[in-house]
Design a protein around this ligand. Sequence first.
Ligand code: MF3
Ligand code: CO
Ligand code: CO
Length: 285
Amino acid sequence: MSAIELMTPRMLLDMRRSCQLAADCLTAVGDMIEPGITTDAIDRFVNDYIVSRDAYPSPLDYKGFPKSVCTSVNDCVCHGIPGPYILKDGDIVNVDVTTYLPTEHGYHGDTSVTFYVGQPGDEAIYVVETARRCLELGIAEVKHGKRIGDIGAAIQEYAEGRGCSVVRDYVGHGVGREFHMPPQIPHFGKRGKDKRMKAGMVFTIEPMINAGGYQTELMDDGWTVLTLDRSLSAQFEHTVLVTRDGADVLTARPQVIRHSEDKPWAEVGPLSSPAAWSAKQEKAG
Ligand code: MF3
Ligand code: CO
Ligand code: CO
C-alpha cells in the first residue's frame, strides 16, 4: 500500500493553474530584484500578486510561518523569513513561492529561484549555477518506472563532482492537495534505490546546494536554516508531474527570469571547486 496520490487529468487541470500562478509570480519577482530593496518588500509583492488573483500564499500561517514567501539570503539554506534586511550588491537570494488555488479541490504549486542581486562574486556564481544544473539533472531522471533514488543520485554526483555539497536535512516532497505530502524526494542517494515513479505522481525537486559542507543549523526563530559553516547556499525548485515520457514541469516559466537566467553565467565549466574556478578566472584576467 502506498499513500502516494496519483493525479487524474481532471485534477491536473486545476493543479496546472496553481503551478502556473506560482511560476508567473516568480517571474514578476525577477523584475523587482535590485540592491536596496528589503526582503519584506518581496513578501508584500508576492502576497499582493497571489491574493489579487484569488489565490492564497501557502506559507502564510503554515505551521506558524509568519509571512507569505520564503526569502533565503546568502548562507541561508531555506525558510528565510522576510524582514527589514536590505538586499545589497553581491547578495544571492532564493525566493520560494507556493500558491494555493481554492478551486473545487484546491491545489498547491511550489517553485523557487535563486536571484543575483547586482554583480555577483565568483563563489556566488559557482554555487548558484551548480544548483541550477542540479535541478535540471534531477528533472531529467523523472520518468514512469524509474526510481526516486535516480533523482538524488544524479544531483549528488554532479554537485559533489564540482566540490559542492547537497543538503540532507530538507528534501523535495509530494505536493497537490497538501503543501507537503508523500513521497519524500532526497537530493542525494543511489541509483536503483527507493520507490518507482508512476505516471500521475506530482512532487517537487528542490536541491539545496552548499559551497561548503552539507550540515545545517536551525536558528532560534524556529524557521531560518543556515549552513553550519556559513558557506553560501543556493536552491532552485520546480513542481513536476511524472509521465510515461518523462517529466512535465508544471511550474515551467515561458519567460526568461530576470536577475537569474538572463546572465551568461550558466556557462561555468566543470571544475572541482569554487576556489579552482576563481583561480581560473584570475588567470583568464
Ligand atoms: N516552499 C517550501 C518548500 O519548498 C516550504 C516552505 S514552508 C514555510 O517546501 F512555512 F516556510 F513556508
Ligand atoms: Co517544496
Ligand atoms: Co518551495
